[in-house]
Design a protein around this ligand. Structure first.
Ligand code: FAD
Length: 721
């Protein structure tokens, strides 16, 4: 705790204790108030402003210090100043005092509480940010909750200070009015119980829960409004219809069938979606073959001579297809049918909140049927984003969707885009024998990645011969003497010039665009904003329609799609009895270039931007025995921790098998394990995973208790005699 906080805490505690030591609280009793009422009234007549001010200060101070007696002071306001002035004075003094108590608790304890219990408080924090005013209003309206506890506890949450103030002022007004009014007839009160009867307390409780009831009613009306104009079927063919059989849709259907729900999965193209057919699987298979070629070319440096390496591109693509074929059964219609899923092959269209039409091609004829369902999951994925560049229509361009049909290796391949897909495919084609030019308009590749990492990767890609053009903004495509050329704007030090980049084939890898149109969302009124808009339950504005995977964002990764699918399917099947909020706290992501780039949590740049203090520990994979033995000693592990604490904030690895090395940190971060535990775990020798132990060792050395070690050194000196 900082000195300032400690000082304030000491002052508050000292004042609080003094109030009891000097027995000041004895004056805050009904008997004393009644006994002194006449004197106080006379004092007010003689010195109105002074009495006003002194009363205000005493009220604010006693509330700020959480001293008992606010009720007496409020009665006193009525007894001395009358209903109007008394209410004004007591209301503002109570709110200001409460606000000071709130601010003190926030200043002294908020950071500590959030740091210590941050993870566990996430849901509460989110709730307070969203509905804090409602909760506070309810608590304020019900006089059963001790106000001083509310002030202190609210200070520890993330409710905005201004919200706390105005809700307190409004929420306490009614209760204050009751007590001030009672104070105007002080003589008739013999105990505090006379002020509020059980009936009145009951009325307050009803009033207190009113904001919560109102909120529930509003939510109900919102749901009703979304469904307005649609007739709900009396019964349903399915509990769940899932649209799209990619990573998100398959997992959704799997979970629904596992919990014995009746589920229909609709796919218009290929089972397995992008990941199996045009994404993760073919790209990794291609990278593997490219690595074989690369290693074969470099094997002679280790004494293995394989002669001239040639690549049979047709066979390479056959190999990629055969990998897809090998994995296909995992995602097949047969497998899912055996699991109890009703698989429909056709084009799905949502026609009402409870009905989906499937149009299939049956023996050359188009057939449409309508399926009713209690809930729907939209898992329609994304497609490559292809901007409307001038002249692009004259170029036979490739995307990650069409690339896999190539049967000839392009001599000169232009890759437009410096993201993970662009980098992976650039390296694969360069290694297979194309001359690759990679164009990126930003000043570095892989925008959100750690800057040092990108630097290490860029150097490696350049060393392999890829012509990386940073700060090059694609403008248009032209044909020059039968040759395709990209005209790009190259900017250096704010000076721009147009450059010509000729190519044989161009691959557009400029991001992916969610599939949100053409299947009924617009007509129904499902809200979208580039992706399908969902809340934390992955629910759209229609309470029984959910979305997950690339179509919902915010990450476009297979493992995130599957992760979301669990939440979407469980919520779709069990809402309103039990729901779960999607948790994105520990999301790993990997780019499978060589060296690989693996990330978890914050990068250094993100930590800086978020103003989050951090400590960096690095280990050079160039020093790692196994990496040296494998001739892959290039890269580093970088770990961000809370300063002086064994708590992981982020991990960034660039190096061989970085994705595999990351798994240890994913487990650690998910379960709150720190570097001490990683250091204390035996790692087999010689493995690449030892890098994790060594970086933990570096962190331990940097965080060694220096003072203690000085004493230990003295101890050893003493033992040596
Ligand atoms: C080249 C490339 C490499 C990638 N590499 C990786 C990687 O290494 N690791 C990783 O985690 N991610 C990777 N990804 C991303 C990953 O492929 C996606 O995040 C993942 O496929 C998303 O799954 P999804 O289920 O949301 O969508 P998809 O897999 O796209 O599935 C959506 C399905 O819905 C179907 N569909 C759409 N509309 C309808 C309709 N109206 N009716 C019926 N069916 C419909 C589509 O045909 C499709 O099959 C890569 C992507 C690409 C392009």
């Amino acid at each position: 705790m900082s000195l300032k906080k400690l000082l304030l805490l000491l002052i508050i505690v000292a004042l609080f204790i003094s109030a009891f030591v000097f027995n000041l609280t004895q004056y805050l009793s009904l008997d004393v108030l009644k006994e002194k009422q006449q004197q106080l009234n006379q004092l007010f007549v003689d010195y109105p402003f002074q009495v006003f001010a002194v009363y205000f200060v005493i009220y604010v101070a006693s509330t700020a210090l959480s001293l008992p007696g606010a009720t007496i002071l409020t009665l006193g306001a009525g007894a001395i100043f009358g209903l109007g002035w008394g209410l004004l004075l007591a209301s503002f003094a109570a709110s200001l005092g409460a606000f000071l108590a709130f601010l003190s608790a926030r200043f002294i304890l908020h950071d500590w509480v959030q740091e210590k219990f941050g993870e566990r408080l996430t849901a509460i924090n989110r709730g307070m940010e969203r509905d804090g005013a409602f909760y506070l209003l309810s608590l304020r309206l019900v006089p059963l909750f001790p106000f001083f506890v509310i002030n202190l506890v609210m200070g520890l949450t993330k409710i905005k200070a201004w919200t706390f103030y105005w809700v307190s002022q409004v929420g306490m007004l009614l209760g204050t009015a009751v007590y001030v009014n009672a104070g105007t007839q002080l003589a008739q009160i013999s105990s505090l119980g006379d002020v509020v009867s059980a009936d009145l307390i009951g009325a307050f409780v009803l009033l207190g829960i009113f904001p919560l009831i109102a909120k529930a009613v509003l939510a109900f009306l919102k749901r009703r409004k979304a469904f307005k104009g649609y007739k709900k079927p009396k019964s349903f063919d399915n509990n769940l219809v899932v649209i799209g059989a990619g990573s998100a849709g398959l997992v959704s259907a799997y979970i629904a069938s596992a919990v014995k729900a009746k589920v229909t999965l609709i796919e218009k193209h290929k089972m397995g979606g992008d990941c199996l057919n045009t994404g993760c699987v073919p790209s990794k298979a291609l990278l593997h073959v490219a690595e074989l070629a690369h290693n074969a070319r470099n094997a002679s440096s280790a004494g293995v001579h394989v002669g001239e390496v040639s690549v049979d591109f047709k066979q390479v693509m056959q190999q990629v297809k055969s990998v897809i074929k090998d994995i296909e059964p995992h995602d097949s219609v047969e497998r899912y049918t055996n699991l109890g899923v009703n698989v429909e092959q056709g084009d799905a269209r949502i026609v009402s909140p409870w009905e989906v039409e499937v149009t299939s091609n049956v023996e050359g004829k188009s057939e449409t049927k309508r399926i009713t369902t209690r809930s729907i999951i939209i898992a329609t994925g994304a497609k490559p984003l292809v901007p409307n560049f001038e002249g692009l229509n004259k170029v036979d361009y490739l995307t990650s969707d069409t690339l896999w049909e190539l049967d000839e290796l392009p001599k000169r391949l232009l890759v437009l885009g410096g993201g993970p897909i662009g980098c992976e495919l650039s390296q694969a084609f360069q290694r297979l024998g194309s001359q690759v030019t990679q164009v990126e308009m930003a000043e570095r590749l892989m925008g959100p990645e750690d800057a040092d990492t990108v630097d290490l990767l860029t150097r490696r890609l350049t060393a392999e011969g890829i012509d990386i053009r940073l700060n090059h903004k694609a403008l248009r495509f032209e044909q020059h003497n039968g040759e395709s050329v990209l005209i790009a704007e190259h900017t250096v030090d704010k000076e721009s010039e147009e450059v010509q980049l000729p190519f044989d084939k161009v691959l557009i890898a400029l991001g992916r665009q969610p599939n949100i149109s053409g299947f009924g969302l617009e007509e129904l009124g499902v809200q979208t904003n580039k992706t399908v808009s969902t809340n934390e339950l992955l629910q759209t504005n229609f309470p029984n329609i959910y979305a997950c995977g690339d179509v919902a964002g915010p990450y476009q990764l297979t493992h995130v799609a599957s992760h979301q699918a669990w939440y979407a399917s469980v919520n779709a099947l069990f809402d309103p009895f039990k729901t779960f909020r999607a948790d994105y706290s520990v999301i790993p992501w990997v780019t499978y270039t060589s060296p690989q780039v693996a990330n978890l949590g914050l990068t250094e740049q993100q930590a800086k931007k978020a103003d989050k203090p951090y400590e960096v520990t690095e280990y050079d994979i160039g020093e790692l025995d196994r990496a040296i033995a494998d001739d892959s000693a290039y890269g580093r592990v970088k770990v961000l921790t809370k300063p002086g604490k064994d708590e992981l904030l982020g991990v960034n690895i660039v190096g061989p098998q970085a994705g595999e090395l990351l798994a240890e940190y994913v487990l650690a971060m998910k379960h709150g394990i720190g570097l001490n535990k990683i250091l204390g775990t035996i790692h087999s020798y010689p493995t690449l995973a030892e890098a994790n132990k060594y970086v933990a060792g570096e962190w331990k050395r940097a965080n060694a208790p220096q003072k203690l070690l000085t004493w230990v050194e003295k101890f050893h000196r003493w033992r040596r005699g």
